[in-house]
Design a protein around this ligand. Structure first.
Ligand SMILES: [Fe+2]
Length: 252
């Protein structure tokens, strides 16, 4: 169970401290507490540029809450659980940042679930699959066709981003025996849950952290922003792998 004291800060004396950005740089994750919607927007704006989304209002915010009717890929607008995933898995460039802010908690359930992709890759490596083999063999395949993507994509020497979903639309595949099962088990093993009350939430690096939620009852309401990093941002998205696992062609 992740708690807010794990990641510290957020608001003191009515204003967001700039050190929030330093915290984000450490783990690609920032937990938010006692924040208004304006606080969260201010914080997201410091890191990134809010992007448009078909579900979003004009200011880029999307209210995630149960709706009477949903379409394809709109499970978020139900009370059902959401398996850990990254957002925008089919996009050429998924959002760099995902922010979710609780405006109204669930009556029961509804905990946020977060999974550090860096830990998932490290665990597979410990189990003997090897970072390079995992990178080269695990693909995200859409059940109805479409682009096939790497689940762990090398974005710089020894730096990776994760792109993941495992649901009715797409799933990971690999030709290496046992690897997909181990990947699913690693995602489950590395999952931490977080009960959110109103005013709490998180901002994650969408190339490092998976997010999801537990099924719930009640009228849970979450405000979401998707953003790309500001060009001037010093934050480098994704995560590093253990140096002894860097393949020779990565290190050059
Ligand atoms: Fe999502």
């Amino acid at each position: 169970m992740l708690t807010f004291s794990d990641v510290g800060l957020l608001k003191e004396g009515g204003r967001i401290e700039i050190s929030a950005i330093d915290l984000f740089h450490l783990r690609g994750l920032l937990l938010i507490t006692d924040a208004t919607t304006a606080d969260v927007r201010h914080l997201v704006d410091q890191f990134g540029l809010v992007t448009e989304h078909p579900h979003a209002a004009r200011d880029g915010a999307t209210m995630i809450h149960p709706r009477p009717k949903i379409g394809v890929n709109e499970r978020g607008f139900t009370r059902r659980h959401l398996d850990p995933h990254t957002d925008g898995t089919a996009a050429d460039r998924p959002a760099d940042l995902v922010s979710l802010h609780c405006l109204r908690p669930a009556e029961t359930g509804g905990e946020a679930v977060l999974v550090d992709g860096r830990r998932v890759l490290a665990r597979l490596n410990e189990q003997g699959f090897g970072v390079r083999a995992v990178r080269d063999s695990v693909r995200l395949v859409y059940h109805r066709g479409g682009a096939v993507r790497s689940v762990f994509e090398a974005v710089a020497p020894a730096r990776y981003r994760i792109r993941y979903r495992d649901d009715e639309l797409a799933a990971p595949h690999s030709e290496l025996p046992g690897l997909v099962g181990a990947l699913r088990a690693a995602v489950a093993h590395c999952a931490v849950s977080l009960r959110l009350r109103a005013g709490q939430g998180y901002i994650v690096d969408n190339g490092r952290w998976l997010h999801g939620r537990v099924a719930f009852s009640g009228e849970r309401r979450m405000l979401r922003y998707l953003a790309v990093l500001r060009p001037e941002s010093a934050y480098v998205p994704g995560f590093t792998v253990p140096s002894d696992e860097v393949a020779p062609d990565d290190a050059s």
